[in-house]
Design a protein around this ligand. Structure first.
Ligand code: CA
Length: 224
């Protein structure tokens, strides 16, 4: 499992050492030595994982962490620090860091943490279905349009999930009825129109573009 890892560490020798170790594991590594460049690079390069030193010139690793989380960035973050006070650990985790490695650390420990976080991301990505700026997580049952969380009822969720699994395909109303409501559904088939309307209202609440299109006389398609 190789990944793009972004390292922000102002001790040049340590940064080089960690970079070499991560590269040896097969990762692509971007290294920055100050906080401002590091923060900009995380936003620009969208790495799979970030390793941040706490004390950095410019802005601290803690502040980078806070700013990324404020803007909804969920990239896994491991903080490196010489501090070993319990309150510092709490501050790091409060700022949104996923993990914490105290200097001096063994590189094996850091590599093990990196592996663990990458594995976790990969597992949760398997449950994630995306289309345009819409994302749906099958295990946590969370739905987002960009950074906006959307609350759906169980049936709305099932319907949206079905459409998301078949993007760009015209799906007939009968098929939706069979797959989402079940073969033995005996109610009014207008139920689909009603639920599509609910979904559109929720998905377009901030005037976002329409993603669920009507194909007149046939059914629906998820298309931009
Ligand atoms: Ca430092």
């Amino acid at each position: 499992m190789t990944a793009h890892i972004l390292l922000v560490e102002d001790e040049v020798k340590l940064a080089r050492f960690v970079e070499l170790e991560l590269s040896y594991e097969g990762h692509r590594v971007s290294v920055f030595h100050d906080g401002i460049a590091g923060l900009g690079a995380v936003r620009e390069e969208k790495p799979d994982l970030v390793i941040l030193d706490w004390m950095l010139p410019g802005i601290s690793g803690l502040e980078i962490c806070r700013r990324l989380r404020t803007t909804g960035d969920k990239v896994p973050i491991i903080l490196l620090t010489a501090k070993d006070e319990v309150t510092d650990r709490v501050a790091g985790l409060d700022a949104g860091a996923d993990d914490y490695v105290v200097k001096p650390f063994s590189v094996e420990e850091l590599l093990a943490r990196v592996r663990a976080h990458l594995r976790r991301t990969q597992e949760s990505n398997a449950d994630l279905i995306q289309f345009a700026d819409l994302s749906l997580n099958r295990s946590s049952r969370q739905v987002y349009r960009g950074n906006r969380a959307i609350e759906l009822t169980a049936k709305e969720f099932d319907l949206l999930e079905y459409l998301l699994v078949h993007p760009q395909q015209v799906i007939t109303r009968d098929r939706i009825l069979e797959q989402v409501w079940g073969y033995d559904f005996m109610g009014d088939s207008n139920i689909i129109e009603v639920y599509i309307r609910y979904l559109r209202l929720k998905l377009e609440a901030n005037n976002e573009s329409r993603l669920i299109q009507t194909v007149r006389g046939i059914g629906y398609v998820l298309r931009e």
